[in-house]
Design a protein around this ligand. Structure first.
Ligand SMILES: Cc1ncc(COP(=O)(O)O)c(C=O)c1O
Length: 413
């Protein structure tokens, strides 16, 4: 009753096509509560969450330490008055300076990933007084106009053209293409350290370091979009850590809110920040930096430190990946490749139709997975970093079953 009512309201007041798609995927359930890696629906059915809110639930659902910190802010100063100093915002900015590499020091807080990217583009233009950007094909940076211009998928871009001027897209991971595209008019190169929605694409070792060198030689900035890779997802604080590189600007969001609050951050080096230091009101946000969100961010970072979650992300991710690789070897007609870093894993299927089928089969088995937005041939696995190995074993067992069933139907997909 409750479920039908909610779906009917989606159909009438939100979007009928979205409601139809959810039903078709076997998702005719209403989420009711969640804890750790489990989402429980309104009828008491429990699902293991291997999607993690597209990477948002690094410290799990309703993490008690994060909830407690947010509750404290709720009962004192939930939203920022914007005139006096804000202690939580200062504390979170300090924490981010501590955990980000090199000279990254200053933060500006926003409310989502796309806003963080948008801010990076503006700050880069301000810092360099240049207007051109280089981004990667198949990149995903968000869907507001600037971030959408950087996003490398025509399906999302075409209906909104003309977009911003001056953007060039080059193949991801191809250093020579970057070398050809960056010139003296380039404000910045924007890249994801691992492409998420593009299909969990890990670039060659040293790629980001070489991109940074090219940028430096041409006076351009490097923007790392860490919205999905950041805050422990890949087994390091940030994706750029794997390459030992310090970008000039970093966009961060998703897991920064500890799965409890929406928050994003633009983080920059003193050089990149110079324009904003001279004119701090060139970029502002009413909600950005509110105490609830910053308290969540501080608690999430502390929790990752105290629970050694970077190591766990790396180890559990390697274990998960090895298990998936075994399944690939058993069913090469279904799975073409398993790849990823830490707890950001992608399973590339041999056929696009297999993605939808596998996703539905897994949901029948009460395990939530989804394909990547730019590449429906890739199933992504991004569970909370706290997921225990026994749960991973169970997911692998069920996944093997689902792949076996898909193998039986592969000719028709
Ligand atoms: C790398 C990257 N950048 C930006 C975004 C946009 O974030 P949001 O959906 O919070 O606007 C996403 C979302 O998936 C992302 O993966």
């Amino acid at each position: 009753m409750f479920v039908e009512e909610t779906i009917a309201k989606y159909e009438k007041y939100i979007n009928p096509s979205q409601a139809r798609l959810f039903r078709f995927m076997g998702l005719a359930s209403v989420e009711d509560n969640a804890e750790g890696w489990i989402i429980t629906d309104s009828e008491g059915k429990q699902f293991i969450d291997c999607l993690g809110g597209y990477g948002m639930f690094a410290v799990g659902h309703r993490n008690p330490a994060v909830v407690k910190a947010v509750e404290e802010a709720l009962h004192t100063m939930p939203m920022c008055g914007k005139v006096l100093f804000n202690r939580q915002m200062a504390d979170l900015a300090e924490k981010l300076a501590e955990i980000t590499p090199g000279e990254l020091q200053y933060s500006f807080f926003v409310n989502s990933g796309t806003e963080a990217v948008e801010g990076c583009l503006k700050v880069a233009r301000l810092a360099t007084k240049r207007t051109k950007f280089v981004a990667a094909e198949n990149a995903f940076h968000g869907k507001t106009m600037g971030a959408l211009t950087a996003t490398g998928r025509d399906l999302y871009r075409d209906p909104f053209k003309p977009l911003l001027e001056g953007f060039t897209h080059v193949p991801y991971g191809d250093i020579e293409a970057i070398r050809r595209a960056v010139d003296e008019d380039t404000a910045a190169v924007i890249l994801e350290p691992v492409q998420g929605e593009g299909g969990i694409i890990v670039p060659p070792d040293g790629y980001l370091r070489q991109v940074k060198e090219i940028c430096e030689a041409k006076g351009a900035l490097l923007i790392a979009d860490e919205v999905q890779t950041g805050i422990g997802r890949t087994g390091e604080w940030f994706g750029v850590n794997h390459d030992g590189v310090t970008p000039d600007l970093m966009a961060c969001a998703k897991a920064l809110g500890g799965g409890v609050m929406p928050i994003g951050a633009i983080i920059g080096t003193p050089r990149a920040w110079q324009g904003l230091i001279e004119a701090p009101f060139l970029h502002t946000s009413t909600f950005g930096g509110n105490q609830l969100a910053c308290a969540a961010g501080i608690a999430a970072i502390k929790y990752i430190q105290e629970e050694d979650l970077l190591r766990r992300s790396s180890e559990t991710g390697a274990y998960f990946k090895a298990g998936l690789e075994k399944i690939r070897q058993e069913y090469p007609e279904v799975i073409a490749e398993v790849r990823g870093r830490g707890m950001m894993l992608g399973i590339e299927l041999t056929k696009e139709g297999a993605g939808g089928m596998l996703m539905s089969l897994m949901i029948d088995k009460k395990i939530i997975v989804a394909y990547t937005l730019n590449n429906p041939k890739v199933i992504r696995i991004e569970p909370p970093l706290i997921m225990p190995l026994e749960v991973v074993d169970h997911v692998l067992e069920e996944f093997r079953e689902a792949v076996k069933m898909t193998a039986a139907a592969i000719e028709d997909l």
